[in-house]
Design a protein around this ligand. Structure first.
Ligand SMILES: [Zn+2]
Length: 248
């Protein structure tokens, strides 16, 4: 079994990308991905657009039951009441399994008060928070999550891209400091994945591609690593299954 914990659908106004449902499903079929956690795109600041983007993910999840799961993607600079209401709708009505904080795209450091609100909402709704790390420092420095992860020990925090190569050591520092930090390995160098598995255990490491065109490459990395088949299995689906409570 394989679970990809990080894919995008929609129109991105910040990074100017467009990704479709059909592309996601085609990449899943081509690479034998059993389930994918799909999040939205960035730059949408109006609540009606944000709701539409979430509904779009929910439609895909409904069309492909147990193959696609949704992740909340919305700017934390909405009115707080709107943020809470939409997050609750996503989890309780649409069945979403996590929330995303992109410090660069949202212009919001994990230490910002609005990021604290995101952690609070995740704590209340019992969902993990995925935080982008790497490009976009200092906002996206992995160490920025340490204080929040200690403040919200019940919220699993998934570090997307594990610091993206150059900040991998800092992602490892966060994982060392906080047992609720999990390392998502899209764009991560193979030797850093080995280090993460050997240092923290495969139950703290999870496979993801982030980009449709990156799925085959990320899978090839895992297949080439000198780790046990149990460790590989754990990274390829069991960790995501546990962290996002997917129930496989
Ligand atoms: Zn991404």
């Amino acid at each position: 079994m394989i679970i990809d914990a990080h894919a995008h659908v929609g129109i991105d106004l910040v990074f100017e990308e467009v990704r479709s449902e059909a592309e996601i499903i085609a990449a899943m079929d081509a690479n034998k991905i059993d389930a994918t956690i799909v999040q939205g795109m960035y730059g949408h600041i109006y609540l009606d657009e944000i709701r539409e983007n979430h509904d779009r993910i929910a439609r895909l999840a409904k069309q492909t039951p147990r193959r696609v799961f949704g992740m909340i993607t919305m700017t934390p600079y909405l009115h707080e009441a709107d943020f809470y209401t939409e997050a609750r709708r996503c989890v309780q009505e649409l069945g979403f399994v996590g929330m995303k904080l992109h410090p660069l795209a949202f212009a919001c450091s994990p230490l910002n008060a609005r990021a604290e609100m995101m952690w609070k909402v995740c704590d209340e709704l019992e969902i993990p928070l995925m935080v982008h790390t790497g490009a976009g420092v200092p906002l996206s420095l992995p160490s920025m999550v340490i204080r929040r992860c200690k403040q919200f020990p019940r919220v699993p925090c998934v570090l997307a891209h594990c610091g993206t190569l150059i900040y991998a050591d800092e992602a490892f520092l966060a994982a060392h400091e906080c047992p609720n930090v999990f390392l998502e390995t899209s764009w991560t160098a193979p030797h850093h994945i080995i280090h993460a598995v050997k240092t923290f255990g495969a139950q703290r490491v999870l496979f993801a591609a982030d980009e449709i065109a990156n799925v085959t490459t990320e899978l090839a990395k895992y297949r080439s690593l000198p780790i046990s088949s149990e460790e590989r299995d754990q990274c390829l689906w069991r960790t995501a299954n546990t962290v996002f409570r997917l129930g496989f």
